[in-house]
Design a protein around this ligand. Structure first.
Ligand code: C2E
Ligand code: MG
Ligand code: MG
Length: 644
């Protein structure tokens, strides 16, 4: 279809449809149509611009417009004001207005715009289409990927769940297996323990067997080698056990052996071992002994316990036994030798009348027998009141006057021989007899001292205490009772302790000494200088007297060291406000020397041996008589001389 506008030739887009000319005052002086001549345009800005020399155009859409060719309608008109000059660059003489119909141009622009818009829209549409395609495609890809991802995750989750389930199942399986294993181990351990127990114990009595005993003896020997203590192996054989088996049967015999095992254990300490070797043979291992005599005591205790008939299956059966003893290190330094020697000694035990014990070593046998005999005699002597006290004077060095007496225990034998305390006190101490014996000494000494008060008011008595006595928890009560029963003033009793007793069991010691001190009793340290040489206890404990040991006094005057020691002890005692007694003074030179050191009291053969109570009373009487005679002489001397 041909468009009139598009069909126009180039340059024919503008067509002058009307012209007008204005004078300098804006009045229309020419127009292409007669109308509108003299129309005033002076106020029109474009006119004014042209008047000023410029070219001005204005676009005016017109609905209806008169032109050369008559009226035209719906046109866009461009009116251009042009200055008119007579000469180029001369003054403007008029303004010419040309009306161009630019409608085709405008239409072309509109058409071009439309095409452009359509083009743009087409491009946008295309772009949209492309983008839409891309986005759709991408969306599809993403959705696919998302779905794949989801599926993948789901698969992973399922795999994880499956794995977890399997792990749980496996863990449960393992736990079950572990439990089974533990149970098996426990059962095996119990079985092992049972086996080990059976391998090391006697099934009938539950006592260790030979193997375990061997181990224990070796261990005890190793400990003994380190500590220097002894060890005893006791071989015990029941007397006439075969008769029980033969007459009452093996079941009764077994029960008797079980009863014997129980009785043996009752005689032992926790660290001892009793073993059964088989048949009616038992072995007891006693480690950590100070002396072989301790083994003899245990053997005696066992024999006494076994001698009591046992009630077995309605029968009262004797279980008397013989015991042989081997001691480490004297009779062997290994388990095998000790057991063999103990076994050898059994022959002697059976031979010497059964129901007794024998040491492998003959000398030891002798010593232990002597000791046991002493113990038995001591017990009897105590029961029969055979002991006596002797009294040794404690003398004032300056005045020579008796100040007190030390009570010393004596044991008169049937041949009138007096057994020295040095021989029997250790046995009494070991056997525990010292406790009743010491109590007797205390009571007797208090009684005697009170009896002597009439002759010598204020006379003191010193009593020795043994370590075992000192450890008795009722010591204070015993002392108090002895004083009370005798009616003796507490300050007239002095208890003699050794340094060793004060050093051991320090806490109990403080308590006991405190209680004795509170009672009013005096305390002396006997044999001072021979024990543990810590002087701090002199400050800690309520001590009244130091008794310098005889060993320092013996060579006084001859040995400069002894003199220095005694001199220092005396000075220290005086510094601490303690009395000093020098023990074992046997000569006048010793006494003289002690006097020069200002020693307070002396005790020794030079001033009087230990003597029976009667002798001591006589000595007191003599001293009183001498004092009376001296008083009478003084009084006589003071009498006025009669006038001749
Ligand atoms: P002790 O308590 O140091 O007694 C002093 C000992 O020295 C006594 O010996 C005494 O006879 C002796 N003696 C005294 N003066 C002299 C002297 O000038 N020269 C010599 N060579 N010796 C002298 P005894 O009576 O044989 O007592 C020995 C130890 O036995 C006492 O030593 C004491 O520790 C203990 N003892 C005595 N009687 C008892 C007691 O009843 N109970 C306790 N637990 N032990 C006692
Ligand atoms: Mg003494
Ligand atoms: Mg002494």
């Amino acid at each position: 279809m041909s468009n009139p506008v598009w069909s126009r030739p180039p340059g024919a887009w503008l067509s002058v449809v009307k012209v007008r000319a204005y004078d300098l005052h804006g009045r229309t002086v020419f127009r292409s149509e007669a109308r509108q001549i003299s129309e005033d345009k002076s106020a029109n800005p474009s006119f004014r611009g042209a008047l000023a020399g410029g070219v001005r155009s204005e676009l005016t859409p017109r609905d209806r417009f008169s032109a050369f060719e008559g009226a035209i309608e719906d046109r866009g008109v461009l009116s251009t004001y042009l200055p008119v000059r007579r000469t180029p660059g001369g003054a403007v003489v008029a303004v010419f207005e040309v009306y161009d119909d630019i409608t085709p141009f405008k239409q072309r622009i509109v058409q071009t715009q439309r095409h452009a818009v359509l083009g743009v829209l087409a491009v946008l549409g295309l772009l949209y289409g492309v983008l839409f395609f891309i986005v759709r495609h991408a969306d599809g890809v993403l959705r696919r990927q998302y779905r794949q991802q989801q599926a993948h995750e789901q698969a992973l989750r399922e795999a994880h769940d499956t794995l977890e389930r399997r792990v749980d199942e496996r863990t449960a399986e393992l736990a079950r297996a572990n439990q089974d294993l533990e149970q098996e181990i426990t059962e095996r351990r119990i079985a092992d323990q049972r086996l080990s127990y059976m391998a090391h114990h006697d099934v009938l009595t539950g006592l260790p067997n030979r193997t375990l005993l061997g181990d224990r003896v070796e261990q005890a020997i190793a400990r003994g080698a380190r500590s220097g203590r002894k060890l005893a192996v006791l071989f015990l054989d029941l007397d006439r056990f075969k008769n029980v088996n033969d007459s009452l049967g093996h079941t009764v015999g077994d029960q008797l052996l079980q009863a014997v095992a129980v009785r043996l254990k009752a005689c032992m300490r926790a660290e001892d071992t009793a073993a059964r070797l088989g048949g009616d043979e038992f072995i007891v291992c006693l480690p950590d002994l100070a002396d072989a005599a301790e083994a003899a005591q245990v053997a005696e205790r066992m024999l006494a316990t076994l001698a009591e008939p046992c009630s077995v299956a309605g029968h009262k059966l004797p279980a008397a036994a013989s015991i042989s003893i081997a001691v480490y290190p004297d009779d062997g330094t290994n388990a095998q030798t000790l057991l063999r020697n103990a076994d050898t000694a059994m022959y002697h035990a059976k031979e010497s009348g059964r129901g007794n014990f024998q040491f492998f070593n003959a000398k030891m046998n002798e010593r232990v027998s002597r000791r046991l005999a002493t113990e038995t005699s001591l017990r009897r002597a105590l029961d029969h009141g055979e002991f006596v006290l002797h009294y040794q004077p404690l003398v004032h060095l300056d005045s020579g006057r008796i100040d007190g007496a030390e009570a010393l225990l004596r044991w008169p034998r049937s041949d009138h021989r007096l057994v020295s305390p040095a021989d029997f006190i250790p046995v009494a101490e070991d056997s525990g007899l010292i406790v009743p014996l010491g109590e007797w000494v205390l009571r007797e000494a208090c009684r005697q001292a009170q009896a002597w008060q009439a002759m010598r008011p204020g006379l003191r008595v010193a009593v020795n205490l043994s370590p075992r006595q000192f450890r008795q928890t009722n010591l204070v009560a015993v002392v108090e009772q002895a004083l009370c029963d005798a009616g003796l003033a507490p300050q007239l009793l002095e208890l003699e302790l050794t340094e060793g007793m004060l050093m051991h069991h320090a806490d109990d010691t403080v308590q006991t000494l405190g209680a004795l001190h509170a009672l009013g009793v005096r305390m002396a340290i006997d044999d001072f200088g021979t024990g543990y040489s810590s002087l701090s206890y002199l400050k800690r404990f309520p001590i009244h007297t130091l008794k310098v040991d005889r060993s320092f006094v013996k060579d006084l005057g001859r040995d400069a060291d002894d003199a220095a020691i005694v001199s220092a002890v005396v000075a220290m005692a005086h510094g601490l406000n303690l009395a000093v007694v020098a023990e074992g003074v046997e000569s006048e030179p010793q006494a003289r020397y002690l006097r020069s050191l200002s020693c307070d009291l002396v005790q020794g053969f030079h001033f009087g041996r230990p003597m029976a109570a009667v002798g001591f009373a006589a000595r007191l009487g003599a001293e009183a008589a001498a004092a009376n005679a001296a008083g009478a002489a003084v009084r006589q001397a003071l009498l006025p001389v009669p006038a001749c």
